[in-house]
Design a protein around this ligand. Sequence first.
Ligand code: TIU
Length: 222
Amino acid sequence: MAAISIPAEPGPFPLAPGRTALIVIDMQRDFLEPGGFGEALGNDVSTLRPAIAPVARLLALFRARGWPVIHTRESHRPDLSDCPPAKLSRGAPGLRIGDQGPMGRILVQGEAGNAILPECAPIPGEIEIDKPGKGAFHRTDLQAMLEARGISHLVFAGVTTEVCVQTSMREANDRGHECLLIEEATESYFPAFKAATLAMIRAQGGIVGWTAKLADFEAALA
Ligand code: TIU
């Protein structure tokens, strides 16, 4: 099928139907609700909530077309064997990875706080990736899954812009994937970091990829 030209920066993004997946990064209670990992790190988690509705709209768009959707969760095994000491030391003492919080053990697989928000939750048939790092490719099967499905183009959404989204986008770019980030569908605890990340992704002719407005993306697919 012919490429669909998406108005984007630094120029049109050539979306390739059949080879494009939506990848939603870490829309988890641990980052978006009080009592999780994001708050333990000292953040005001309400700053991420504006991304929820745009992510839900992207999910609806991809599902309506039968295009693939990938969800990631930042998470660790209950025995924390996949969490290096450098990461375990993050967060306030008593509220670190693996500690008991109001939503269960912080950033641990299967706990209530580790779940994706209901508004953005995976449905049967969608790919779910549990990742121990910030990047979605680090110690996961993501690259093999993309290759098996012939996916070369990734539309990014999720949180937080400069941490797990940017890290994953850089990893994808280095692996040869064409990457587009939807601006309203990502948020940071730090508005200035979000703005800087969007700018650095699309600088130098798209050194990491493209960014687009949700309305332009929706209009191009209509
Ligand atoms: N701290 C922060 O901004 N983010 C993370 O720790 N993980 C993700 O971005 N998902």
